[in-house]
Structures are given as structure tokens and as C-alpha cells.
Design a protein. Structure first.
Length: 292
């Protein structure tokens, strides 16, 4: 069963040279964050011409320059890798990180990522069908060391893929699925250890809370339908858009208070703008208060 202790994470976009990123990662570890995440886009989503390091390369560096904090992608992009290859990368990085990987996977909705790899934008039905297959293959390969896993689907095929060595975490690293669609919730119930959401774009905090509460109840029911304890799927919130932790002095405190009531157990903020250390220290004090 997933450990449902309250967790706090930080997404640190890879928009700086490696030595600066190492400083950020170590600050997050020293301040007591439970997890540090990188993004997985073809460029900086805030400035497509800006400085931007490839996500899984940055994640490998994060693995070797931290010691205790859990690390991961929020979220890996299915446009960039075949699911069997993502499973192999995840197994390698999990070993590199001494068993600290959190494998986040999304549906790949950013249009600029499709443009970057020359892939036509997937219609909603195709995106949903691809996601179902994609997660099934990643899960299956990670659980099948050796050459025992095979998949022949509409969009993805694999046979006799070698996963040697297997990931350090057994039966596999925890999988987080990110998104809000009914398909994402169904996949979370069947395959995931964690579901991550940031709520609809443009919605208010209260609207996001109401929608997320309904989605949590729906996820509970889906888990029960497939014979899972709903508590085995952690509920994670990315503090984005209306939930931005840095929008006002007490926003982080307010958001955690509000969303604990609707069942969220992990809160992931972005690396703060400007002079980050005072803001991060204030956030660390808030985290300590909730933990106590």
C-alpha cells in the first residue's frame, strides 16, 4: 500500500546550468522537501527560446547530486520515448538514485512538444487510447525483468525487451499519472501509485477544490471496481495557476489547508521567482507546522 503520510515536493525547472541546478536541489533537500521533480518538455514552456536542459538528462544529474530526497519527473512526456524505452531509463535512474525514483507520466498535451518532434496533435480519443497503452507497457516492462514482457497494441508494440538489471525498488518504482481526464483516473486506479492534478486552467481555488473532490471520489470508486484499496493511490496537487504558492504571503498555507480537506496528500510547489531562499525557508516553516 502507498504510504499516505503528508508529503511536500518541489518542481525545479531545468532552466539553469547544472552547477546552479545542483545548488537548488541541495537547498530543497536541506530544507526538508520530500521530493524534487524536473519537467519533461522540448523547451521552457514559459519561454521557448530560453535556456532548457533535457529532462531525463537533468534527472540523472539530480540522482547523483542528492542523497535522501526522492526524485522524479512531473511528468514524463509520451511523445519523446517509446514506453519500453522509458521503462529502461527509469530502471537505470532508480539504481543511480539508490531507489529514490518517482516515475511521473503524463499524456503529452503541449502543442509545442508535438511541433518539436514533428508529430501531429493527437485528437482526444487517440490521446486517451495511447495513454492507456503507454502506462500498461511501462508498468509491464518494469515488473518483468529479463525478456518476458510482450505487448501488441494499436499504438505500441514490444517483444523480448531486456530489463537487466531491474529497478532497485521492487516490484518497480512508484508511478504517478498526471492529468484530469476520465481516462487518466481509470489508468490511475488500475496501474498508478499516485494521481497528480493541478485543476482546470483558469478556474478559481474554490472551483478547483470542488472539482478535485469529485475526482477523488470518482477515483475511489474506480479503485474499488478493480479490487484496490483507494488509500493505495496517493493524491498529489501541483500548485500551479490559481494555486501558485507564491502569489501571496500566505497562499501556500491556505492551499494546503483547503486541499487537505478534499483528500490531497502531496503538495508540489514550483521553485520560487526572484530571491528564492527566504521564500523557501518560509515554506519550510509552513511544512513543519503541518507535519507536527
Amino acid at each position: 500500500m502507498t504510504d499516505n503520510a503528508l508529503r511536500f515536493g518541489i518542481l525545479i525547472p531545468q532552466d539553469a546550468p547544472f552547477d546552479e541546478l545542483v545548488e537548488r536541489w541541495r537547498h530543497a533537500e536541506d530544507l526538508g522537501f520530500d521530493a524534487a521533480y524536473v519537467a519533461d518538455h522540448s523547451g521552457d514552456y514559459r519561454d521557448l527560446g530560453g535556456y532548457w536542459l533535457e529532462g531525463w538528462t537533468a534527472l540523472s544529474h539530480l540522482a547523483t547530486h542528492t542523497a535522501t530526497i526522492r526524485i522524479g519527473t512531473l511528468v514524463s512526456n509520451p511523445l519523446f520515448r517509446h514506453p519500453a524505452q522509458l521503462a529502461r531509463q527509469a530502471a537505470a535512474v532508480d539504481r543511480l538514485a539508490d531507489g529514490r525514483l518517482e516515475l511521473g507520466i503524463g499524456t503529452g498535451i503541449a502543442g509545442f512538444d508535438h511541433d518539436a518532434v514533428g508529430e501531429p496533435y493527437w485528437p482526444p480519443a487517440e490521446r486517451a487510447a495511447r495513454f492507456v497503452e503507454y502506462i500498461a507497457v511501462v508498468d509491464g516492462v518494469l515488473r518483468s525483468p529479463g525478456r518476458s514482457y510482450r505487448h501488441a497494441g494499436r499504438y505500441y508494440r514490444t517483444a523480448d525487451i531486456a530489463l537487466n538489471p531491474p529497478p532497485q525498488q521492487q516490484p518497480r518504482p512508484p508511478i504517478t499519472v498526471g492529468g484530469q481526464s476520465p481516462t487518466v483516473l481509470r489508468v490511475a486506479a488500475r496501474h498508478a501509485d499516485c494521481w497528480n492534478t493541478h485543476g482546470p486552467f483558469g478556474a478559481t481555488v474554490d472551483q478547483i477544490a470542488d472539482i478535485t473532490a469529485k475526482q477523488n471520489r470518482r477515483l475511489d470508486g474506480l479503485c474499488e471496481e478493480v479490487g484496490r484499496d483507494p488509500r493505495s493511490v496517493r493524491r498529489s496537487l501541483l500548485l500551479f495557476d490559481a494555486l501558485d504558492a507564491w502569489a501571496e504571503a500566505d497562499r501556500f498555507q491556505k492551499v494546503v489547508d483547503r486541499f487537505l480537506d478534499v483528500g490531497m496528500r502531496e503538495f508540489v510547489m514550483f521553485w520560487p521567482p526572484g530571491q528564492p531562499l527566504p521564500l523557501l525557508e518560509r515554506a519550510a516553516a509552513v511544512m513543519a507546522g503541518f507535519r507536527s
